[in-house]
Write a protein of this length. Structure first.
Length: 685
């Protein structure tokens, strides 16, 4: 037995030194004498696993546990093997077996927590990490994992506290400062995060993750140029940093540099293919470019659906096929918060006929705010789905017996389209939040109207069937705090002012070229644009407009405006301009509410026909051009008819208020009629 003990010690020494071949030889020699020696079987399994001989390793652990039931290390190692192979449910079972024999095995709790995260069981994972820390207070990785998991379920303060503990244990580790800074920034305190991230970079100037996180903090502070600089430094240090390339793409989009953004996002996807959030971001960005045809945009959406949901599960059978019963509607969105579309969501929730429709809200909102609390009161049932896996959320929706599930986000930030891909409801649709297809076979309808999607014109561009409502595809909630409409500026000035307060991302190359020609065609004209938060982006806009023929004194750029200043800026405009190919929506309605008519070009798809639809339903079709070339002619006509324009300005707010565009009740009745018809068709199928 003394010889066996010496042999085992020698094998362990070679094992720890990395000489796996010699360690395996000695372990096997021991087993010729003691075939059921549990420590040797367990260690041989570990050697085989490191050499990726997983089946043989598994057999070693199985023999060990058969001959020595409850052997903790065998359970632990087999759990690690299962986790490496992605069999996380089986891994959890083995870690539980280990802990039954050895309740003080901190690493078993830690690794079980990792497996539970992969299974989407975040609350159970949190408890595992807490147990690890209770057993091993110096287990620094457990603090990191605990902090990260707490953030994922919205417990920001507790998560931040765990990262602080990590930093106190590892004050010279830049990772701790990076993670703490990211947590604090995500909690809505980016100013506090900046010095922590600068500390991380000070400890390691070649740490790309810290540059990326610092850029995110600068983004939240509106310091877009510093953000871009740090993203570029991150990808310089690590050209394969997919997240930094993606974040740079978003930054470039907001600067109005859509084509450069598309290139950055495609680079991100080349590095990390099949990353759903980045692919969604790319699809959104394609809508902004005037160099990508509607057909190519449609093809990209179809490819998305084929990649992430190539087949659609069968639609659930309606629990009660009564055509006239009270229907259960579910709204799914990442925007139940302070957001441009929050007014539309409120309009939906408050105007449904509750005798005929039960309304549930499924909110992916990691950081709820006052708007979230307000909207929550308007739903018959409210469920947060952040922190839930797609499967868990889909199961919740199915258990709620939702008849019609309506997505309000599309491919915008925070979307949960993958929940719809699981097909939890008999009918699924997408509405308003995104001006294009989801690309998913599991989504039955895009809710639209006959002007945005004229019959026979656009059907081929979408995966979904088009459910055209009577009236507009959505409705506008006029702002209660908007200032009064002012007089037409050009009545008392020789200058005629065009303006646009849309997102600078929408100023495409074709748009810039058409607007430059428009301003040049009108005597004493100037153009006022909202340029966002990037000085570099603003400088580039000036360069592009001057290259297109404008002089610098014909162009005025406004940086990001507070809400009150935003509405008051319309008092400077004689006419507003609608960007293309990605038209304005709420912004167009804001301009009209402030008495400013909007010149738009009617394009060939929903994204470029929203302006035409709004103006048609307001009753202002005289401001619609059929092509970019015609836009300047329409502008010249109105610039030479200022008295008539002044009369229109004075009457426009009441005109909007009386139109279907601002009639929330009428809109929801139209929506309900469309949904009821879709329901009747479904139960007949």
């Amino acid at each position: 037995m003394a010889d066996i003990t010496q042999m085992f010690a020698a094998a362990v020494e070679r094992h720890q030194a990395g000489d796996l071949t010699e360690a395996e030889r000695i372990y096997r020699a021991i087993l010729t004498t003691l075939p059921n020696h549990a420590p040797t079987l367990c260690n041989l399994g570990a050697v085989l696993a490191r050499r990726e001989q997983y089946e043989e390793a598994s057999k070693c652990y199985a023999v060990c546990l058969a001959t020595t039931p409850g052997y903790a290390d065998a359970h632990f190692n087999l759990g690690n093997l299962y986790r490496r192979l992605g069999h996380n449910r089986e891994a959890v079972g083995q870690y539980q077996g280990c802990l039954k024999s050895n309740p003080g095995h901190g690493s078993a709790y830690y690794n079980m927590g990792l497996s539970l995260i992969s299974l989407g069981e975040l609350s159970a994972a949190i408890e595992c990490f807490r147990q690890t820390i209770a057993i091993e207070p110096q287990h620094t990785d457990a603090y990191n994992r605990l902090g990260d998991t707490l953030l994922r379920i919205g417990q920001f303060n507790d998560g931040i506290e765990q990262f602080r503990k990590y930093v106190s244990l590892r004050p010279d580790d830049p990772r701790g400062y990076n993670n703490l800074g990211l947590a604090i920034a995500n909690a809505g305190r980016p100013q506090e995060a900046v010095p922590l991230l600068q500390k991380a970079i000070g400890l390691n100037p070649n740490y790309p993750d810290a540059y990326n996180t610092l850029a995110l903090a600068y983004e939240a502070l509106g310091r877009k140029d510093e953000a871009a600089q740090n993203y570029r430094e991150a990808v310089r240090l690590n050209p394969k940093f997919a997240d930094a390339w993606s974040n740079l793409g978003t930054n470039l989009t907001e600067q109005g540099r859509a084509d450069e953004a598309i290139a950055a996002l495609r680079t991100s996807l080349e590095i990390r293919p099949h990353t759903q959030a980045i692919d969604s971001n790319l699809l959104l960005t394609l809508n902004y470019s005037s160099h990508v045809s509607p057909e190519d945009v449609a093809a990209a959406h179809r490819k998305y659906g084929e990649t992430y949901a190539p087949t659609a599960p069968l639609s659930p059978v309606p629990s009660d096929p009564d055509p006239d019963r009270r229907l259960r509607i579910g709204y799914l969105s990442g925007d139940f918060r302070q957001h441009t579309v929050a007014g539309f969501i409120e309009l939906l929730l408050t105007n449904h006929d509750r005798e005929k429709f039960h309304v549930s809200a499924y909110a992916h909102v990691p950081r709820p705010d006052d708007v979230t609390a307000k909207l929550q009161k308007f739903a018959d049932r409210w469920r947060f789905v952040n922190g839930q896996t797609d499967e868990q959320a889909a199961a919740t929706i199915q258990a709620d017996k939702i008849d019609i599930l309506i997505d309000l986000s599309g491919h915008t930030a925070g979307n949960r389209l993958s929940i719809l891909a699981a097909r939890p409801a008999p009918i699924q649709a997408t509405l308003f939040g995104y001006p294009n297809s989801t690309g998913l076979k599991a989504v039955d309808y895009r809710i639209t109207d006959e002007v945005s999607d004229p019959p026979g014109m656009t059907e081929s561009l979408y995966n979904e069937r088009l459910l055209r409502l009577a009236g507009l595809a959505w409705a506008y909630q006029p702002p209660a705090d908007a200032p009064p409409v002012g007089p037409l500026p050009s009545l008392t000035s020789e200058t005629f002012t065009f303006g646009c307060l849309n997102n600078a991302a929408k100023y495409s190359d074709a748009c810039i070229d058409a607007w430059a020609k428009l301003v040049a065609a009108v005597p004493n004209a100037k153009l006022v644009l909202l340029a966002g938060q990037s000085e570099g982006g603003a400088e580039r806009l000036v360069e592009k407009f001057t290259a297109a023929g404008l002089t610098k004194d014909q162009l005025q750029l406004l940086m990001r405006l507070p809400r009150r200043d935003y509405f008051e800026a319309y008092s400077r405009f004689d006419l507003a301009l609608d960007p293309f190919p990605y038209n304005g929506g709420v912004t167009t309605c804001d301009a009209l509410w402030m008495g400013v008519p909007v010149l738009t070009v009617a394009g060939g798809s929903y994204v470029s026909r929203q302006g035409a639809s709004i103006l048609t339903h307001v009753g202002s079709t005289e401001f619609i051009a059929e092509s970019p070339e015609q836009l300047a002619e329409v502008a010249k006509i109105w610039a030479s008819n200022r008295d008539m324009l002044a009369d229109i300005r004075a009457a426009l707010r009441p005109q909007v208020a009386k139109s279907v565009v601002a009639d929330g009740k009428a809109y929801v009745r139209n929506l309900e009629a469309g949904l009821r018809q879709a329901w009747k068709e479904r139960i007949k199928a």
